[in-house]
Write a protein that binds this ligand. Sequence first.
Ligand code: C2E
Ligand code: MG
Ligand code: MG
Ligand code: MG
Length: 255
Amino acid sequence: MFNSSEVLTALEKALNTSQLYMVYQPIFNLRTQHISGFEALMRWNSPQMGMISPDVFITLLEDSGNIIAIEDMVIHTPWDVATCWPDPLVLSVNISALEFCDPLLPQRVRKNLTACGLPPHRCQIEVTETSPLCDSQVAAKNMMELKAIGVKLALDDFGTGHANLNYLLKYPFDTLKIDKEFVTGIEPDTRSTKIVEGIISLAHNFGIEVLAEGVETQSELDRLLQIGCDKIQGFFISPPVLAEEIPTLLAQYNG
Ligand code: C2E
Ligand code: MG
Ligand code: MG
Ligand code: MG
């Protein structure tokens, strides 16, 4: 087994190499029954250790203070990929709460958008709540600036971790992503269903869309459609795929 400092050393060597790459998972709109965008998710294939989960390596980078090192990759590579998608499709990327405290984030985003030519309304940034937003004033200012550019904002993993109701007061989210935990096995009259229904009605009152994560079955999809959920993601539609496989998915669902 490898200890975390060995993993971190290997990871730092892997930065800017092909060991780190992006995969894309479709976001499916339940109303239109079409794919409305893709979420870019990072992968690390280490020659020594095999595939390492981003849940592990993102946390290591956050703890070592090196998370900004991947920021440029996250707001670069997938954006270039998305420029060749049909117009309304939105690209969503994950930015950890720690990165959100970087005052230069909006400037970097603006620069990269100009460089790749992707219209801002086709970009969404997901705030991933593994740690609390460290400086809420900087984070709020960053979110306002990103909104002013035209970029969309989503709150990831809603209902778990540090993301709380307070965030709906403070930050201008366009979408709430409900964590898989509440979606798995969702059935009539269960507590999960009541929680998800409650979140949907709360979000809709704020004019915020709701996306359910981790949908794996037809019956979960049917239930979510029935209770007014706007969008879903999950293995039932498709697992994350390489950029080359995106046209096949678009032909299947949007063709
Ligand atoms: P997330 O943003 O909440 O992404 C959803 C995770 O659920 C992804 O895991 C995805 O592959 C997985 N998933 C999707 N559909 C299903 C399903 O139907 N069933 C199950 N069991 N899982 C499903 P992944 O790719 O391992 O990513 C884990 C987390 O790592 C992400 O959670 C996100 O918080 C973080 N992450 C991934 N890429 C990046 C990145 O580029 N930057 C940052 N800051 N964080 C990232
Ligand atoms: Mg996400
Ligand atoms: Mg999530
Ligand atoms: Mg997550």
